[in-house]
Design a protein around this ligand. Sequence first.
Ligand code: BG6
Length: 487
Amino acid sequence: MTIQFPKGFLWGGAIAANQCEGAWNLDGKGMSVADVASYKPHVDVKDYKSQWHTGPEDIKIAMETQDDTYYPKRRGIDFYHHYKEDIALFGEMGFKTLRVSIAWTRIFPNGDEAEPNEAGLAYYEDLFKTLRAHNIEPLVTLSHYEMPLYLVNEFDGWVSREVVDMFVKFAKVCFDRYKDLVKYWLTFNEIDSVFRHPFTTVGVVEEKYENKDKAEEAIYQALHHQFVASALAVKYGHEIIPGSQIGCMVTKTLTYPETCNPEDIYLAQKDNRMNFFYTDVQVLGEYPLFIKQYFKKRNFDIKMIEGDAEILKLHTVDFISFSYYMSMVQSIHAAQREKVGGNLVTGVKNPYLPTSEWGWQVDPVGLRISLIDLYDRYHKPLWIVENGIGAYDKVEEDGSIQDDYRIEYFRNHFIEIAKAIDEGVECMGYTSWACIDIVSASTSQMSKRYGFIYVDADDLGNGTYERKKKKSFDWYKKVIETNGDYL
Ligand code: BG6
């Protein structure tokens, strides 16, 4: 098969404000949930929930210190001061697009202010202008794991309906200010991850709830509010920015059955169906029946006010974007099986797949399957906005970084994207995660590196922060230059 990507395919890379910017308390920025996420290198790689966990005591301790040593997201890679240099490097690689996010706390430090912070607005304006100067189309996520901490402490996060209005106000300010600079938007990063790390996504501190059931009910309530806020943002974006395209963003959590035992197949279907719930709401505009029934069976009282159903129905997304890192396996014998970690829930090991150094199963074919599954269900354009491999990179004596494993990872995934396109899938673009080394979202490690560009900083923030091209830099440049032919 000849590899063919469509003309105008949006090749590029992705980063998120809270993992790269640093400057956590400069120019009027407020504290976000990311600024209290501590460095967790020793948590079992299979224990994803603990990697993310931030309880009431952790918040208290974090708020009492200004130090950033054990709060690496406060430092990031100092993109806040290096963005011009970094964007020039992305331009050199030929990026057509860069996915970035706007830190809500730079615009509204606590979330509930009447007026936005001009310094924050000006920063992103210059960032987007710099991208345009390099012919890089910005793809902007409004909310990527960086809600104001104040809203967690004072409002119980997204459980409170008031947060919908505060977010919509933030979205409107961004659309108004950047309407001539940004055409592609995403509302919430990995909106399905609310149950995997509720604190970071919806500001729910589970310990505050009477029991697990009450916490689960609160998370569903918070999620409902995000769905409504997302739809209202889509509405306003469409009104104010002619030709804008606004997408949802989910984690593609593809699950295979361990065997052809119908019970295994059912379990896998159940997980996959749950993953579709989030896109069903944002693409089809309504809650699927199985979720409504689930609420009933569990006696969950999710408050949906008059008008919500209509908002969801009328303001659906233009495209579906997703992250894809791995696939999972379900089995009726899960309890007896060897487990693997990952950015999904801990699952059964797939004997056919290698794993990364963090135990994430590497499955390029799963990306093709995911693209086909999503396209066949929704018939909407797709955009892979995160995919990549976290690895310990070594700087050789001559200063080079020979990351052949990364090249191999990307090559295998790109081939599968091309195959999916060849099999009748509409795919708009691909942004690798993360195109430059940044702080890991789950463990806050700097040493878990994803980039084509190496950043000289270690887990505790020591280093020159100098940027170096890895071997994969030139390789990706050629891939983009040839629109995939170089594979
Ligand atoms: C995705 C997140 O789930 O996974 C990113 O959207 C994150 O923010 C990425 O960085 C990789 O995860 P990690 O924990 O290796 O940084």
